[in-house]
Ligand binder design. Structure first.
Ligand code: HEM
Length: 473
């Protein structure tokens, strides 16, 4: 009898626990991943306490955000690895986000400096805003012309030297990587800066950058952390650096010696992490587009009969410019983030929403870039999509002009200061490579994007593609 009672109790406990467990789970999920308050956008909590939607976002951010948009509309909040992020996806509402006084970019960039570069609160010790201002002025105008000439001179030497007159089978991303890393580092940081160690350490750091910036425990990104420490000791800048790098140096030198290297690295990372994959996709998709390739060759022959443009010619290469922007449209996975400084209400095209202090507001240009309401047949590469014989091409949604249809460089206060140089670098590489090499792609399928870098900029290919290259006679 006693055994029966015991068994009965155990059974009831088991039934009770199985009924209460989901309740406990839901309570924990709501307690940790939060609730939607009145007036706030719909909340996508995910299914795992604290982690939230991180796994779905990391697997394929584009599909995940598109699925949330289909279910909840253009404005919703997701709970992602401890952060609440409100997406505002309607491109007509982008200016409202960029103009809101309650939204600030500095806490976001300070967080990146702390997590990825181990540089804690430099803003309290040095004039980071002056460093940012130097970036905005030294990467355009006359300084941009001299910087682009430095890049051109290096590419003109490296591209022809990379292959001889007989065909070589090679890996295209690696070829682009090697040449752009060397030419870009030397153009900006000066001669004799690129060593095998610098390249290997940069590659190791960049590969683990997504983990480091997400703040995972050090043990999970050990290679990246170790490479970071070695990079902070690299001899940068070298001889005769660019104005940008030279003019920011006196401010960096006011930091204690141990921290100076940490503040040089964000610039090294920023010049390459997006430019190299963007150059790859620009070349790759052009090589796969017969019409595009012949139109660009024609334009190059017309604008610069030698095949290699002078820096002064670059602005006239409008079809090439369009082909590069089209590659940026398709390969960009960047997010434009802002920290909410105080509770406020954001007026968007789809309504007015309460936004909470401490949350992040987030623009996801890759959604607009794939919006069939803005771009016809958005998944297809069209080299001339952004080409217009007169002025800038305009794009519309529901009959209204979209103010910023293409945002690979971000927008507003955090817009990339290197965007003009980046476009010049890519134009120069493509023009020089097409005029100095014969290139044939191997019959490999198109590589998918490396989605682990969601939110961080231009996706690299998940794997390399084969190509045959020879120097033209
Ligand atoms: C295709 C190439 C490039 C793309 C797509 C790109 C994209 C971006 C984006 C989206 C941001 C803003 C990040 C944010 O909002 O969190 C940014 C910031 C930045 N970029 Fe670029 N970038 C490229 C090339 C370059 C180059 C070549 C340079 C330098 C010569 C550069 C220098 C910077 C700097 C210094 C920042 C930080 C600005 C700040 O924190 O105020 N970028 N870039």
């Amino acid at each position: 009898m006693a055994t029966l009672v015991r068994h009965g109790m155990v059974a009831w406990l088991a039934i009770g626990a199985s009924l209460l467990a989901p309740l406990g789970y839901w309570t924990a999920l709501r307690a940790i991943n939060g609730r939607r308050r009145e007036g706030e956008p719909p909340l996508v909590r995910g299914h795992v306490p604290f982690v939230g939607v991180a796994a779905s976002f990391g697997r394929d951010a584009t599909s995940f955000v598109q699925a949330c948009q289909a279910e909840h509309g253009d404005v919703f909040t997701v709970f992602l690895a401890g952060n609440r992020m409100t997406f505002v996806l309607d491109p007509l509402s982008t200016p409202a986000v960029l103009k809101a006084k309650q939204l600030d970019f500095h806490p976001i960039s300070d967080d990146v400096l702390a997590k990825a570069f181990k540089l804690h609160q430099p803003r309290t010790r040095i004039d980071l805003e002056e460093i940012e201002a130097i970036g905005r002025t030294r990467l355009r105008g006359e300084r941009l012309t001299s910087l682009s000439s430095r890049m051109s001179a290096r590419l003109e030497q490296l591209v022809p030297d990379a292959f001889d007159a007989s065909w070589s089978s090679t890996q295209l991303y690696q070829v682009v990587w090697d040449i752009m890393f060397r030419a870009g580092t030397e153009a900006l940081f000066g001669d004799d800066t690129v060593t095998d160690d610098l390249r290997a350490d940069f590659e190791a750091f960049d590969e683990q950058f997504p983990l480091m910036v997400a703040g995972v425990p050090k043990a999970l990104a050990r290679d990246g952390h170790e490479a970071l420490e070695r990079l902070t000791r690299a001899k940068l800048p070298g001889n005769d650096p660019s104005h940008w790098i030279r003019d920011r140096q006196p401010i960096i030198d006011t930091l204690p010696a141990a921290e100076r290297g940490r503040l040089r690295l964000p610039a090294l990372w920023a010049i390459h992490a997006n430019t190299i994959p963007a150059t790859f996709w620009s070349l790759y998709w052009l090589l796969r587009s017969e019409a595009g390739l012949s139109a660009i060759r024609e334009e190059l022959a017309e604008v610069c009969p030698s095949g290699v443009p002078e820096v002064a010619d670059l602005d006239a290469l409008t079809k090439l410019d369009s082909a590069i922007r089209e590659a940026l449209r398709l390969s960009s996975g960047s997010l434009t983030l802002r920290q909410v400084l105080e509770d406020f209400e954001l007026q968007t095209e789809s309504g007015r929403y309460a936004i909470r202090k401490g949350d992040r507001v987030c623009l996801a240009p890759f959604i607009t870039h794939r919006d069939p309401g803005v771009f016809d047949d958005p998944l297809t590469y069209r080299y001339d999509r952004f080409y217009s014989a007169e002025g800038r091409k305009q794009f519309y949604k529901d009959g209204k002009r979209v103010p910023l249809p293409l945002m690979p460089f971000g927008a507003g206060s955090s817009m990339c200061p290197g965007r003009f140089f980046a476009l010049n670098e890519i134009k120069l590489f493509l023009a020089i490579a097409l005029s100095r090499w014969d290139i044939e792609l191997a019959d490999d399928p198109e590589p998918p994007f490396e989605f682990g870098r969601a939110g961080l900029g231009i996706y690299p290919p998940a794997h390399d593609v084969g190509a045959r290259i020879r120097r033209k006679g």
